[in-house]
Design a binder for this molecule. Structure first.
Ligand code: SAH
Length: 340
């Protein structure tokens, strides 16, 4: 089968898929994400939502949509910051795009008393009669990719099959035409591309184009085209081979941001530059926020600054994670004033 089909089954199969049956996010689970590292992450995004709403002219009704909210922590933190904008909470309707039943239950618990989200399976279900503000952290990396390997006979698809000893193995498939980004590769190189990511880009582009608004994507991935095998399985915070325990680990791939933004922008919306998470959060006030939190909890100051460092320092998440937005032409999303 293709790597894309394998990813889809490993993540979403109703009986054995990781998200469908046993998602376990957090310090004691399989993997940790930025909102679970520090509340500052969600709060900065909440301020981003508020500024974007003001930039849109404070529409009386809009939809705040999160894609793949995990435990729901990011939106809970974001709303705490966004509600400081007078009138925003009355204008806002929260929608969650989430396929995992166990995670929907966790999200409902986290948001209890703060918001009453509406859950949908796909962004295609969102009507276009109101502006949208969309947030997505570590969502695009779950979209299935395809892979090819350069052999002596040219590029061939890299697929998942059965080895001689009966286990799973990567196997060679049909020849694949070389793409412009892949030229100059040496034998054995792995290339990736994702029709699902491009399709999703077009869906976001259409929605933002017709409804008006902005969509912010944060994920680990590339800001320039590149080669390399980035398919990665994480279980108990350790990387393992994606073929070791299908459905028992989170399975992701680096996001090809240029391809995603190209697909979205084809639908009549604008795309920002691709920024690094560290610079983006710092410009939007992560350090003063950490200082304020440390002042109110001096006993936790060391921890608060260590958590901030994890989000912004280049050796940790600051450079690997990228940020980009898709938006109504004419709007300047916060954090992209200079780079756009
Ligand atoms: N954004 C959260 C969780 C990231 S994990 C955080 O930063 O902590 C990925 C999330 O996307 C999970 O909630 C998972 O169930 C969801 N997800 C993955 N693929 C999806 C798909 N195709 N459609 C909808 N949700 C999906």
């Amino acid at each position: 089968m293709t790597v894309a089909r394998f990813m889809d089954l490993c993540l979403h199969d109703a009986e054995a898929g990781y998200y469908a049956t046993r998602p376990d996010l957090g310090e004691t689970g399989d993997f940790i994400t930025a909102p679970l590292v520090s509340q500052i992450f969600g709060e900065i995004l909440g301020a981003w939502v508020a500024q974007t709403w003001v930039g849109l002219g404070c529409p009386a009704r809009f939809r705040l949509i999160e894609l793949g909210p995990g435990l729901g922590v990011m939106l809970s933190d974001a709303l705490r910051a966004a509600r400081l904008a007078p009138g925003l909470m009355d204008a806002c309707e929260v929608w969650f795009v989430e396929t995992s039943e166990p995670l929907r239950r966790r999200q409902a618990q986290t948001l209890q008393g703060r918001a009453a989200p509406r859950w949908i399976d796909s962004l295609e279900a969102v009507p276009t009669d109101r502006p949208v503000i969309i947030l997505a952290n570590e969502f695009l990396d779950c979209l299935p990719i395809l892979q090819a390997t350069l052999t002596v006979g040219g590029w061939r698809e890299r697929r998942v099959g059965i080895s001689a000893d009966g286990g799973l193995a990567f196997v060679g498939g049909e020849p694949v035409a070389e793409r412009a980004d892949w030229t100059g590769a040496s034998s054995g190189a792995v290339a990736e591309w994702s029709p699902a990511l491009a399709d999703f880009g077009r869906t976001v582009g259409r929605l933002v184009g017709v409804a008006s608004g902005a969509a912010l994507f944060i994920d680990y991935g590339r800001a320039e085209p590149g080669l390399g095998d980035t398919l990665q399985a994480l279980r108990g915070h350790r990387k393992e081979s994606p073929l070791d325990r299908p459905g028992e680990a989170d399975l992701t791939a680096h996001v090809d941001f240029p391809a995603f933004l190209r697909a979205a922008a084809g639908a009549g919306v604008s795309a920002t530059a691709i920024r690094r998470q560290g610079a983006f959060l710092s410009e939007l006030g992560a350090l003063p926020r950490a200082a304020a939190l440390a002042r109110s909890r001096p006993d936790r100051a060391g921890l608060i600054f260590r958590q901030l460092d994890r989000l912004v320092s280049p050796e940790q998440m600051g450079d690997l994670f990228k940020v980009a937005a898709i938006h109504t032409p004419g709007l300047t999303p916060p954090g992209f004033e200079v780079a756009a």
